[in-house]
Design a protein around this ligand. Structure first.
Ligand SMILES: [Mg+2]
Length: 189
């Protein structure tokens, strides 16, 4: 088994007639494989107007979005939430293709996330409906919270994230730290 730890930043909101329907839209995604590969992308198609009206996302998530590299930074419009020219900013179709390839490059993969139910659903929605899940992509995500509980640990006992909280890549990397720590505890029990 090869573990892939991942994290999504997303916005969930009500939609449709009478706002009785709900959806989850992708902001950014990161995957970190046990074999050393990493992947990060921000969704060029994220709903920017809706995000602007979401104070928590503006404060906690938007500051971590790609702002361009080198000279590019100076040429970013301050009306933008992220730099449209940054190579890490990609249309959702491209993210879907690349994430499938990233996961398929590993045989016998285990997906892991922290409080991962929403992450798993939105990950699968990259490709469409449940039946559209690409070959080699697991149909479930293991949850760090469930593993912690199984082993008798509380949230406070897990390794703490030093920085970058709500940056998908930093969060995915920290998920790997927590998952490895839990595996060590399990081995010692
Ligand atoms: Mg996160």
């Amino acid at each position: 088994m090869t573990a892939i730890d991942y994290d999504l930043e997303f916005i969930e909101h009500r939609t449709g007639w009478f706002r009785k329907r709900y959806t989850i839209e992708l902001i950014s995604i990161a995957l970190v494989s046990e074999d050393g590969r990493t992947y990060y992308a921000a969704n060029r198609d994220m709903p920017v107007r809706r995000i602007r009206r979401h104070a928590w996302l503006m404060k906690n998530v938007v500051p971590h979005l790609p702002k361009g590299q080198g000279d590019m930074r100076n040429r970013m419009s301050n009306r933008w939430l992220f730099h449209y020219g940054d190579p890490r900013v990609k249309p959702q179709e491209q993210i879907a293709r690349e994430v499938a390839e990233f996961i398929q490059a590993t045989d016998n993969v285990e997906l892991w996330a922290d409080y991962g139910a929403y992450d798993h659903v939105r990950l699968c929605w990259l490709w469409g409906l449940m039946v559209d899940l690409p070959d080699g992509v697991p149909m479930f995500t293991n949850d760090i919270q469930q593993e912690a509980r199984r082993l008798g640990f509380t949230w406070d006992q897990l390794p703490k994230q030093e920085s970058g909280e709500h940056d998908a890549l930093a969060d995915a990397r920290h998920n790997q730290v927590k998952r490895r720590w839990l595996a060590e505890q399990a081995a010692a029990q």
